[in-house]
Design a protein around this ligand. Structure first.
Ligand code: URA
Ligand code: CA
Length: 433
């Protein structure tokens, strides 16, 4: 087989076989196919698209390009959850203990922040002592005993994806549905999931800027998951404004605790119920989404989910006292309010740019090497659709520097107040097959 012939085939819109796709991925991973040929191939895929069978074969070839985690010694159906990205997305911190409180195993491997704000691992590490590097045997033992552990992803998962993503980034081929779908699903399959719940976000703060593309991506991932013998469900959700009220690592831990205590933001809680009920159904913990939601509500209201969060923190070496005294985590030196400059209704809070503002404070990384300041971030007091009086605080800035002029300017430029506005729909679609 010659790479040039396969590029030509895809360029002309033909369908590649499993052997051909495996040849491309294996040889690219091994360094036998150069970046210039792979770049041409990616651009051909970008324009010609792929069939579901091709995307499935691409996904499986990428999943098997490195280590594939074997979770078979954990009892039960292991359901993983993945979000395609957002700002202030605190769901995993709430969802992991909430779902585990029903006895459903949550063996989660998470990443660090790729974008502007911290990822789930960074948020968990804002809890003093919390360990995310845990040996495989201990990870499996903890999940068998406690039903939940959230740890860092090992370095060798789907190395083909790592290499391809870097190439896509510099060849304008990131925003291609077959390439995104295979990238995400290969990592979930390599991480050992039996079933997968996807949160496909749409809006300013997301990869998919419009709802149509997000729905298409979600349907594609569900279909290829099924072709790869994994049960998959998806939620298409709004990420035009940040999720919840807190953006920043310690602030989001506090937000997760408040949500588990029953007084968190309504949108965050709704996302957790929507995604959690899919996880529970896939793990066969309930017959349908309605029954699953009722069980999750019960676990939250009884305090069982909060207890599970404490257990998870204790198991991973963290300081459990923060759950009853979350204010201990709020250690930023300065707090500044951002007063509304006029009266009206909030019509826009651009998620992306608010994420950049949080990063400028130190809550995220500009480059991979940057370190994170857990204490800093933003707490929104108003969301889209809320009325606001002139001078009323739109949000609080938690900073460790006195000079937040640039951050304030960026926030003012990306929060709009108008005559009328409505709360956006949070969940655009629920895809179960
Ligand atoms: N997230 C991924 O993991 N891969 C993509 O290609 C896009 C988003
Ligand atoms: Ca949040």
């Amino acid at each position: 087989m010659r790479m040039v012939d396969l590029i030509e085939k895809k360029r002309d819109g033909q369908v590649l076989s499993r052997e051909e796709i495996t040849f491309i991925i294996d040889n690219y991973t091994a360094g036998e196919i150069p970046d210039y040929q792979m770049s041409a191939f990616l651009m051909a895929v970008y324009f010609q698209d792929m069939t579901d069978e091709e995307i499935t074969n691409l996904t499986l070839a990428m999943a098997h390009s490195g280590e594939v985690i074997d979770l078979s010694s954990i009892e039960g159906i292991k359901v993983d959850k993945h979000s395609t990205g957002g700002v202030g997305d605190t769901t995993t911190l709430v969802l992991a203990p909430l779902v585990a409180a029903l006895g459903v195993p949550v063996a989660k491997m998470s990443g660090r922040g790729l974008g502007f704000t911290g990822g789930t691992l960074d948020k968990l590490e804002a809890i003093p002592g919390f360990q995310i590097e845990i040996a495989d045997e201990d990870f499996i033992r903890i999940v068998n005993e406690s039903k939940v552990a959230v740890i860092g992803q090992s370095g060798d998962l789907a190395p083909a994806d790592k290499k391809l993503y870097a190439l896509r980034d510099v060849t304008a081929t990131v925003s291609s549905i077959p390439l995104i779908a295979s990238s995400i699903m290969s990592k979930k399959i390599a991480a050992g999931a039996d079933a997968i719940v996807l949160d496909v976000t749409t809006g300013d703060g997301a990869f998919m800027k419009n709802i149509g593309d997000a729905k298409r991506l979600a349907h594609t991932m569900v279909r290829i998951g099924n072709l790869a013998n994994r049960q998959v469900m998806a939620v298409v959700s709004d990420m035009s404004q940040p999720l919840g009220e807190a953006i920043g690592n310690s602030l989001e831990v506090v937000e997760a605790i408040e949500t588990l205590q029953g007084h968190g933001p309504a949108d965050l809680l709704e996302m957790c119920y929507a995604l959690g009920s899919q996880m529970v159904v896939l793990a066969k913990g309930a017959a349908n989404l309605t029954e699953a939601r009722a069980k999750l509500q019960e676990a939250l209201e009884s305090g069982a989910a909060l207890e599970k969060f404490k257990e998870m923190i204790r198991n991973q070496g963290g300081d459990v006292a923060v759950v009853d005294h979350p204010e201990r985590l709020l250690t930023a030196k300065y707090e500044f309010d951002l007063p509304a400059l006029q009266e009206g209704v909030v019509t826009k809070i651009v998620a992306n740019e608010v994420g950049v503002a949080a990063m400028l404070l130190g809550a995220g990384r500009k480059t991979k090497e940057d370190s994170i300041d857990y204490a800093v971030g933003l707490k929104l007091h108003k969301k889209v659709g809320d009325p606001v009086a002139e001078g009323e605080s739109l949000l609080t800035i938690y900073a460790n520097s006195e000079d937040v002029a640039e951050v304030k300017e960026l926030l003012y430029a990306n929060i709009e107040i108008g005559a009328s506005g409505e709360e956006p729909e949070l969940i655009h679609d629920i895809i179960v097959e």
